[in-house]
Design a protein. Structure first.
Length: 257
């Protein structure tokens, strides 16, 4: 498992003659095997943060470090990235889409694809083309693709946002079960407060490119949306997202149940 450590991260984009600070002076620690969920309003820098962690964007300044093994620094770990849509190539079958993650001659390829499809409940759909999959099945295939090389860290960018409520709920439950089984380090971005509380060890509130607060979630798993304590956490996150300063957000961290 990998531990993630970020210090002073900054990323600015040019917008005509002006500049937009998508991520600024950001610090974040994600312990090995933890499930961190980042919430915030649209445009606050959540997706840019994930892309920086994945190496898809380069920071202007700051430091991203990964630790693994026995107190050892490691280079770029194996990263699984799941986007907001499935991004399956329509001319390839499900197993062929997963196969893109491997060198064609990798001897582990077929076994790993089969293992991962079984994990997400799609083993019987390995020969299917994306057009024959429901939205939920396509996202499960995308999740399988992100997991198929046993990543050290899994990054999820609003993976269930486009799905209907029932399918979204089922996939949240499945993701929670997979995380408890695999204990991979996960950082998930979402705008859905219930999703954040259902999945997270802790919820990070992001605002204007900075981390504005942290709310540890100590509920037992699996979690029940209807329980009063679950809804209390949701209210804390909702209120923290509307705060205007860091001091208030820290108060929520200190006063959760």
């Amino acid at each position: 498992m990998v531990e993630l450590s970020i210090h002073g991260l900054c990323r600015t984009f040019k917008n005509g003659s002006s500049a937009v600070e998508a991520v600024r002076s950001l610090d974040l620690e994600a312990p090995a095997g933890s499930f961190t969920v980042v919430v915030g309003k649209s445009g606050c820098g959540k997706t840019t943060l994930l892309r920086l962690i994945a190496g898809l964007e380069k920071p202007d300044s700051g430091d991203i470090r990964f630790k693994g093994g026995i107190n050892g620094e490691m280079g770029m770990p194996r990263v699984g990235f799941m986007f907001q849509d499935a991004r399956l190539l329509p001319w390839l079958t499900v197993e062929e889409n997963l196969g893109l993650a491997f060198h064609p001659k990798d001897p582990r390829r077929d076994a790993e694809i089969g293992r991962t499809l079984e994990l997400v409940g799609l083993k019987d759909w390995s020969k299917a083309y994306p057009r024959s999959l429901s939205g939920g099945m396509a996202q499960r295939a995308a999740l399988a693709r992100a997991l198929c090389r046993s990543p050290d860290i899994l990054l999820l960018d609003e993976p269930f946002g486009a799905l209907d409520a029932i399918t979204r709920g089922r996939l949240r439950k499945q993701l929670d079960e997979l995380w408890r089984k695999l204990r991979v380090t996960i950082v998930l971005v979402t705008h859905d407060i219930e999703e954040a509380v259902y999945l997270a060890d802790r919820v990070i509130v992001m605002k204007d490119g900075r981390l504005d607060g942290e709310i540890p979630v100590s509920l037992s798993r699996p979690r029940n949306y209807r329980e009063a304590e679950f809804q209390t956490y949701c209210r804390f996150v909702e209120e923290a997202m509307d705060l205007n300063n860091n001091e208030g957000a820290v108060l929520f961290q200190n006063n959760v149940p």
